[in-house]
Write a protein that binds this ligand. Structure first.
Ligand code: PEP
Ligand code: MG
Length: 754
């Protein structure tokens, strides 16, 4: 480094000694700036720390007026120092006085300095402050000097992140590294949880930053890169896993990055400034993160994410940290934070300790979201950058009902949420009190309320909610969270457990509904232009009867000696139902021939979720023992609106005349034919929508377990006949108001809880 005394390595060595000294935080900072100034032959070295209010405060200086420390502040973007913080990139000039952004602060005595070099103090891509050196001479700083100062800034970043400097902050001027954040994402699982951050895959903490032996550290980096490449190649070669093409794409991208000369060269250059291989990876990773935050192009961002992930893997190679295993010593109020997570990984944690889950990725239909809902863990997904914005143990609040996350909340915010939790708990208690009350309207109509389920963890909900049974058992969930096809024996065990838990309450099993958005990671995926309209559900079942037969065999045996109710998903024509029934009959004949015990009664039903079936209701009603309306898919196909696409999913009202008339036709025809009909889509889970459904003539609703209480509380307060009249009236073309509005006003007037 030109002009430096002893070079950057000596400086880092000295800094290490200062960091270890038992002195106060201010003294440590003061010594640090003196060391840097001397080493870089600069007249000035100053440290500015970013505060929660977005201003930079001078925390230490060598060369400027010492009285300005903790007094001089500037906004992000103001002056050259503010520019460094705003851009999160080094800024250098040999003539600061004439720079258009030069901001004059008289108290610092700054005007006599000409050359300026400022680097951001970055940690995990976040700017925590700015480190500056200045010279009187109009000199230019070399690339090596900029590089060296950036490396020194890492040491300061660790010092700031450790919380040591917080003690120096005046009241109301907290450090930005600890600032409260309010983030939003997608609500994935209802409820509010207060607790402390547990990073699912904790960032690797690099303890030793400074190293003397450049050759040794470069060798360590090279070896780790070889190990990383081998690991990626091994993953790619595991052809037996029949991985989804997306996974392959990602791994291919990883392989490309792992061979990226630019990335590797950058890390080698950082090592040459006198740091460990780990510190070099971390530096380059931090720069990548900072860039990520500025890139708008989603594809490029995705690639940068990959690079970030890769850097983490490289760090693990270097430190020997294995994959994270949930520890026994988790806090009692853990809020898990992860970039993404598989359902099995979530099940590895003890439910008792989990207050919430926050993911950077993960949409409402992701498998981890399904499991989180089944476990009743408040969850928010699609929270950008959350894994790098929090530290292990930070206080955090997750509101899964609206999709909000509060990081390091202020006491009044925490208080408000704690109040919300208490309020919810009280409401839960009120719902619990309704558990044994018959679900009957004021005018004496019985409305059967069932739960939707799919996993063993759902079973306690039957009794807890006081439901009449399980209206939809999604058998594919067992397949979705497994790592390979569950054997017939495993399926049998689950179905038997379900029936036992239900006791004498009915359970309606749905045969495998895979394909579309329900992907099995281990099943070979065929490329389809439109998977939602493709080879899925009963279509796949009929074309590959082996899978369906193994499932039916498990179901028939599990229900030996009692009633078995089975329904088929995505039936689009009556012949499909006939074919499905034949598969069941063949299986019954097979089991009978082998002397196996059979159910006393087998009832078969069809799901109504493909619009074509609306025009074959007469035919289907002659053939089935019951119908079940899948309003999620029916709505998706009626309006041609992808149920998983947030941009369009909320575009049309689910209580619009088109949907309501379709549903009314199903209810009327089923009731007239004396064939029981249930509605098991999301519609039934919301009290206002459930009110509309009762008004249309539905007497059986199946919903997410937590909805049983609120829906029951609503129906106990209504006259079904009155609601039917109201709905009827508002479905006429001459109706003056949308049905949703009319029902809401009606409920408000009558004090019906929604
Ligand atoms: C539906 O489509 O409404 C339904 C209940 O099935 P799923 O949500 O599992 O597709
Ligand atoms: Mg469906």
């Amino acid at each position: 480094m030109r002009g430096a005394i002893g070079g950057p390595r000596l400086l880092l060595k000295r800094l290490r000694e200062v960091m270890a000294e038992p002195v106060s935080a201010q003294e440590r900072l003061d010594k640090t700036v003196v060391l840097i100034a001397a080493n870089m032959v600069a007249e000035v070295c100053s440290v500015y720390v970013l505060r929660t209010d977005g201003t930079l405060e001078l925390y230490a200086t060598e060369g400027l007026n010492p009285n300005a420390v903790h007094l001089t502040t500037m906004r992000k973007g103001e002056g050259l120092v503010g520019l460094v913080a705003k851009e999160a990139e080094p800024v250098t000039t040999s003539d600061a006085q004439h720079h258009p952004l030069f901001a004059y602060k008289p108290e610092t005595g700054e005007e006599i300095y000409n050359a300026f070099l400022g680097v951001p103090i970055l940690r995990a891509g976040e700017t925590l402050g700015v480190l500056v050196v200045q010279n009187k001479a109009q000199r230019a700083y070399s690339e090596e000097e900029i590089e060296a100062l950036a490396t020194v800034a890492m040491v300061l970043a660790e010092m700031i992140a450790s919380g040591e400097l917080q003690a120096l902050a005046r009241p109301g001027a907290d450090l930005a590294s600890r600032r409260a954040l309010q983030l939003t994402g997608a609500p994935l699982s209802e409820g509010v949880g207060l607790g402390h951050v547990v990073l699912h895959e904790p960032r690797v903490v690099v303890k030793t930053l400074i190293a003397d032996d450049v050759g040794r550290e470069t060798d360590r980096l090279d070896n780790a890169i070889v190990g990383l490449r081998d690991a990626i190649d091994a993953m790619l070669d595991r052809g037996d896993l029949a991985r989804a093409t997306e996974t392959l794409d990602v791994l291919e991208a990883y392989r490309m990055f792992a061979q990226d000369r630019g990335w590797i060269t950058k890390m080698r250059e950082v090592i040459a400034t006198g740091v460990t291989a780990e510190a070099a990876v971390q530096r380059v990773q931090s720069d990548t993160r900072a860039r990520m935050q500025r890139v708008a192009d989603p594809i490029l961002r995705e690639r940068l994410y990959d690079l970030d992930d890769l850097a983490n893997r490289l760090l693990r190679q270097l430190t020997g940290d294995g994959h994270h295993v949930p520890s026994e010593s988790m806090p009692k109020d853990a809020v898990l934070v992860a970039r993404s997570m598989g359902p099995a990984a979530l099940l590895d944690y003890s439910r008792d300790n989990l207050r919430g889950l926050i993911l950077e990725e993960g949409g409402p239909t992701s498998h981890v979201a399904i499991v989180a809902r089944a476990l009743g863990i408040p969850t928010v997904g699609e929270v950008e950058g959350i894994t790098s914005l929090v530290e292990q143990g930070d206080a955090i609040i997750v509101d899964g009902s609206v999709g909000e996350v509060q990081v390091r909340p202020a006491p009044d915010v925490e208080h408000a949420y704690a109040e919300k939790v208490r309020f919810r708990a009280k409401r839960q208690e009120q719902y619990l009190a309704l558990r044994h009350k018959p679900s009957r309207t004021r005018d004496g109509r019985d409305i059967k309320l069932y739960i939707n389920a799919g996993l063993l963890v759902d079973l306690p909900h039957i009794k807890e909610s006081g439901a009449d049974g399980i209206g939809l058992f999604r058998t594919e969930l067992q397949f979705m969270i497994a790592s390979q096809f569950p054997r017939t024996g495993e399926q049998y065990a689950l179905y038997k457990a379900v029936l036992e838990a239900a006791g004498d309450r009915p359970v309606t099993f749905r045969t495998l509904d895979i394909g579309g958005d329900k992907v099995l990671p281990y099943m070979h995926q065929i490329e389809e232009e439109n998977p939602a309209l493709g080879w899925r559900a009963i279509r796949l079942g009929l074309d590959r009867p082996g899978l369906m037969r193994s499932q039916l065999r498990a179901l028939l045996q599990a229900a030996a000696g009692r009633e078995l109710r089975v329904m088929f998903p995505m039936i689009s024509a009556s012949e499909e139902f006939d074919q499905a029934r034949q598969v069941v009959e063949r299986e019954i004949t097979f089991l009978r021939r082998h002397g196996k015990p059979l159910p006393d009664l087998v009832k078969l039903g069809a799901m109504v979720e493909v619009p074509s079936l609306l025009f074959q209701l007469d035919e289907i009603l002659q053939r089935t023992d019951f119908l079940s309306v899948g309003s999620n898919d029916l709505f998706q196909f009626l309006y041609a609106v992808d149920r998983g696409n947030a941009r369009v999913a909320g575009r049309f009202d689910t209580l619009s005349p088109s949907v309501m008339r379709a549903l009314k036709m199903i209810a009327d025809k089923s009731n007239a034919a004396g064939v029981p009909v249930t509605l098991c889509g999301e519609l039934a889970s919301k009290p206002l929508e459930a009110l509309a459904l009762i008004g249309l003539g539905f007497r059986q609703l199946s919903m997410t377990p937590s909805a049983i209480g609120p829906v029951k509380a609503m129906l106990l307060e209504i006259d079904a006949a009155e609601i039917m009249e109201l709905v009827d009236h508002h479905l006429k073309p001459e109706a003056d108001r949308p049905l949703r509005l009319a029902l809401r006003e009606f409920a408000a007037e009558r004090g019906i809880p929604l």
